[in-house]
Write a protein that binds this ligand. Structure first.
Ligand code: GCU
Length: 425
């Protein structure tokens, strides 16, 4: 009986305080694990050919990711409404044309909206391929372009760290993400760039449902999405598809050549968006880590338990059932990558980004290769991790570069090369 209060405390204390183990950075402590087989049907039958994959196994895996990981994404209620607020501004000393479009996400105004910025090479004589990405900050952060309005953004409330507020962005936001977007390089290579701030779709805070597009899709009487319905990553992915809806209407854009790129949590988002929406012709995951390209079953860096604890709003509620039972998860990151097949996919890691588990990112790309082979495409063609700065570029691409968790000019050089190779430009 003496122990009862302590026991009670343990039961009531948040799970996180109790049991989330420290991150492991020792390769010898990773242990052994068995990955679910992407080429065996739930019934136990093998996937014999491309028809089996497309008709049976791919839908099965997609459904598992929907129900157990990211949550089901709702179909849009109607067509989004596009409002071109600037058709053709001059940017980059005349080298680029700037277009700004407000996308009213549910087709109604007022309602949830995102502001898209599109930079296109001014010299293009025909529709251009476009890199598409969500960023962490408003559109003015992409370059030092003085003509982009400083939109408001969501931040932690400085007076109350547990809540968040939408506040006007300071001038210091302008160009603050320029190194991550490398606009000059992209334009010089003949590509366009379409960018929006992910927080336009859903602010990145637990409890931000009321300010999310997800709120607009709750059924009458529903106050939260169901346990198998979308979390924030699902919402951000859905927003990316609405951007494609717009790009498909823009005559300056070759919408058969859209290369989706995302970094970190937005790399997870890019993989999920690319898995669901086949209009993305190429998908690039930059340092996406846990819940993205890194194998969840590897006990290295961030774990499933940690991510669900620190970011409870990212995944669907069902995903939490695997916090301490990752071996029971019916999928893993290799299957998320395989959902993109046969389209080209690129996974990138950074040497010092141990939290994202570079080796786990590489190994999932290796294992996805079996599905690519079945569909007549070449995966990485090796299970040996390449040295730093030696990219592999087949239908699956991979590199690990020196340095930290970030998107750099080196990363962009590879993505442009990969996109050129697959779009034959
Ligand atoms: C955190 C989180 C990662 C995520 C990263 C980011 O580090 O644990 O999973 O990828 O933020 O988005 O920058």
């Amino acid at each position: 009986m003496r122990h009862l209060p302590a026991l009670l405390f343990l039961c009531l204390a948040p799970l996180s305080a109790q049991t989330v183990p420290e991150a492991n950075y020792d390769e010898s402590k990773v242990g052994s694990y068995t990955l679910p087989d992407p080429l065996t049907l739930a019934s136990g039958k093998p996937v014999a050919d491309a028809a089996d994959w497309n008709r049976l196994r791919r839908p099965e895996i997609l459904r598992l990711f929907e129900d157990q990981v990211f949550g089901r994404t709702v179909a849009p209620a109607g067509k989004p409404l596009f409002e071109v607020t600037e058709a053709a501004g001059k940017a980059l000393d005349g080298k680029a044309t700037r277009r700004q479009v407000t996308i009213w996400l549910t087709g109604r105004k007022p309602g949830p909206k995102l502001d898209l910025i599109l930079y296109l090479p001014a010299s293009a004589a025909s529709p251009v391929p476009v890199f598409v990405g969500l960023g962490f900050r408003p559109n003015a952060s992409v370059s030092s372009d003085p003509a982009v309005p400083l939109a408001s953004d969501w931040t932690r409330d400085p007076n109350d760290k547990t809540s968040y507020v939408k506040a006007p962005s300071p001038e210091s936001v302008r160009g603050s993400a320029a190194a991550r977007w490398q606009l000059d390089k992209i334009i010089a290579a003949g590509f366009g760039l379409a960018h929006a701030n992910y927080q336009d779709i859903e602010p990145d805070f637990a409890g931000a449902l009321k300010d999310s597009v997800r709120q607009a899709y709750l059924r009458p009487g529903q106050t939260q999405p169901a346990a198998n319905e979308w979390g924030a990553i699902g919402a951000w992915s859905w927003g990316l598809s609405r951007i494609v809806d717009y790009l498909a209407t823009d005559k300056s854009v070759d919408s058969s050549k859209l290369a989706l790129i995302g970094h970190s949590r937005l790399g997870k988002t890019a993989l999920w968006a690319g898995a669901q929406d086949t209009r993305f012709a190429i998908v690039i995951s930059n340092d996406s880590g846990e819940g993205g390209a890194a194998l969840a079953r590897r006990n290295y860096g961030e774990t499933l338990f940690r991510i669900n604890t620190a970011f409870p709003h990212w995944f669907c509620a069902n995903y939490k059932a695997y916090n301490q039972a990752v071996d029971k998860l019916p999928v893993d990151a290799h299957m998320l990558i395989a959902l993109i097949a046969p389209r080209p996919v690129y996974v990138a890691s950074a040497e010092e980004d141990k939290w994202a588990d570079p080796r786990g990112e590489f190994l999932s790309a290796v294992s996805a290769g079996r599905v690519y082979s079945l569909l007549g495409k070449k995966g990485l063609g090796t299970d040996q991790m390449p040295p730093i700065h030696q990219p592999i570029m087949n239908t699956i691409g991979y590199h690990i570069r020196a340095g930290k968790h970030d998107v750099t000019a080196y990363d962009w050089d590879q993505y442009i090369k990969f996109a050129r190779m697959h779009f034959s430009r």
